[in-house]
Design a binder for this molecule. Structure first.
Ligand SMILES: *[C@@H]1O[C@H](CO)[C@@H](O)[C@H](O)[C@H]1NC(C)=O
Ligand SMILES: *[C@@H]1O[C@H](CO)[C@@H](O)[C@H](O)[C@H]1NC(C)=O
Ligand SMILES: *[C@@H]1O[C@H](CO)[C@@H](O)[C@H](O)[C@H]1NC(C)=O
Ligand SMILES: *[C@@H]1O[C@H](CO)[C@@H](O)[C@H](O)[C@H]1NC(C)=O
Ligand SMILES: *[C@@H]1O[C@H](CO)[C@@H](O)[C@H](O)[C@H]1NC(C)=O
Ligand SMILES: *[C@@H]1O[C@H](CO)[C@@H](O)[C@H](O)[C@H]1NC(C)=O
Ligand SMILES: *[C@@H]1O[C@H](CO)[C@@H](O)[C@H](O)[C@H]1NC(C)=O
Ligand SMILES: *[C@@H]1O[C@H](CO)[C@@H](O)[C@H](O)[C@H]1NC(C)=O
Length: 383
């Protein structure tokens, strides 16, 4: 019985995958963030990390700019980093950055991040991810997420009850959890050890891409030497046909993307310690036990350098492509001023930061791995 179900499901997954390139072969460029204008069209969080209990203040744009935590370097690459110049006193948090796009992009989009360096180091927790404007309603896609000295990226999808991860889909990553609704989300571990950390940087970085499609969500990673030809210097259209097997595949057969996901905003952030990097068992395992065994004490306080010298993104570009037809509302909203319900800064800040939305609080715990939940009490006592 199990065997029959499995082969039927594999057949379905293959059928869904084989539809992807044909159904949406060509995506059109709708937005590029690169070079001197990289930081246009993002909103800076401007508050401490009250979402994942990290020991960071995600500073506002003026402070990020004046303290060189968000800037464009001499080679035209965007830098987003943790403060490594301040001597942080005990009980204080360290400055960092979290930015969210003003615009939202609908089902039928491809998101691409080309970077030369990703943040790493003990206590460091970076992510490149997407969320609905009324997050946690509307789903979440974690394209890039890693903590401490982990050597592989962990991808995840978070969505409302009923969205699950097929365990037989065509992907190169390792399934770790099938339930996209529980604390962990449906996680997939990347197998490419150049996907994060020092190895990512020594390979001159690489490219992450996510296809957010009616047929499913597919996430790819390529180290620099393996980046597909059509992503080496991408133009105004792109297709995914030559990208090969993704690292993670979330076919609509077990999570109907149209039903579970709204349009998504992109987020780039770095926090420190908190509900994943700082969990004692995680911290211990991914930082060789640490010194005191407490993420905050070992890392956040004291001189920032050299401890946080590698806690930065160096980005060639972030691009979004969308399918014809689906794109029109986004395209027309890109230059609209204040009335668009998709993309006004005002609606973003009230919805994504709304303290009166109990779902936000819920998501703090619902986006945590189960083992993290078990350790929250212990963490609270320790900190
Ligand atoms: C940015 O944050 C700093 C530090 O909290 C504050 O002093 C400053 O007034 C803020 N600037 C703006 C424009 O909000
Ligand atoms: C997926 O299948 C593998 C191999 O059968 C199994 O070890 C793993 O536990 C499964 N994962 C999930 C999330 O069901
Ligand atoms: C998935 O997790 C949610 C939240 O913990 C739970 O309510 C639901 O029953 C789980 N679904 C399955 C199929 O285990
Ligand atoms: C898709 O891209 C490949 C190159 O990666 C190209 O050969 C092919 O013609 C493209 N297909 C379409 C339908 O644009
Ligand atoms: C998803 O749900 C919609 C509406 O119920 C339906 O039209 C569509 O066929 C479903 N897609 C898949 C892949 O099952
Ligand atoms: C912490 O990690 C070290 C190995 O680095 C191990 O020997 C020790 O048992 C771990 N401690 C705990 C509490 O997990
Ligand atoms: C901080 O990190 C940067 C690289 O991210 C490095 O160039 C610099 O020397 C470090 N230390 C200080 C004190 O700025
Ligand atoms: C987080 O802080 C922001 C800014 O102070 C606030 O608007 C928001 O309600 C807070 N969110 C939570 C979940 O506490």
């Amino acid at each position: 019985m199990k065997g029959v179900l499995t082969s039927v499901s594999i057949g379905l997954a293959l059928a869904v995958l084989s539809v992807v390139p044909g159904a949406h072969a060509d995506y059109n460029l709708v937005q590029t963030w690169a070079g001197q204008s990289f930081f246009d069209g993002w909103q800076f969080y401007g508050a401490y990390d009250n979402l994942t209990n990290g020991d960071t203040i995600w500073v506002n744009q003026s402070l990020a700019t004046s303290s060189h935590l968000a800037y464009v370097d001499g080679n035209g690459k965007a830098i987003i980093k943790v403060d490594n110049t301040t001597n942080v006193l005990y009980n204080d948090k360290r400055n960092s950055v979290r930015i969210t796009t003003t615009n939202s992009f609908p089902v039928g989009s491809v998101f691409i991040l080309d970077a030369l360096h990703l943040p790493y180091g003990c206590s460091v927790w970076p992510a490149f991810w997407t969320m609905g404007p009324n997050w946690p309603i509307g789903g979440e896609i974690d394209i890039l997420e890693t903590v401490n000295l982990m050597t592989q990226n962990q991808m995840a999808v978070h969505a409302a009850s009923g969205c699950t991860k097929a365990n037989n889909s065509q992907q190169t990553g390792i399934n770790n959890n099938a339930n996209c609704t529980d604390g962990t989300g449906c996680t997939v571990l990347e197998t490419n050890t150049k996907s994060v950390g020092a190895a990512f940087a020594s390979a001159q970085g690489g490219v992450y891409a996510a296809q957010f499609d009616v047929s499913g969500i597919y996430i790819w990673f390529w180290s620099r030497a393996s980046v597909p030809a059509n992503l080496q210097n991408p133009g105004s259209t792109i297709n995914t046909t030559a990208w090969g097997t993704p690292s993670a595949a979330y076919p609509s057969s077990t999570c109907n993307i149209t039903n579970y996901f709204t349009a998504q905003k992109l987020v780039l952030d770095i926090t420190l310690c908190g509900d994943w990097a700082g969990v004692p068992s995680v911290y211990n395992a991914t930082c060789s036990g640490g010194t005191t065994g407490v993420c905050y004490t070992d890392n956040v306080i004291g001189a920032g350098s050299p401890r946080y010298d590698n806690a930065y993104f160096q980005i060639n570009y972030v691009r979004v492509y969308t399918v014809d037809g689906v794109t029109s509302s986004v395209l027309s909203s890109l230059h609209r001023t204040s009335t668009s319900s998709i993309s006004t800064p005002t609606s973003t800040s009230t919805s994504s930061k709304s303290g009166s939305n109990p779902g936000v609080v819920l998501n703090v715990s619902s986006s945590l791995p189960l083992f993290v939940l078990l350790f929250i009490g212990a963490l609270a006592i320790l900190v």
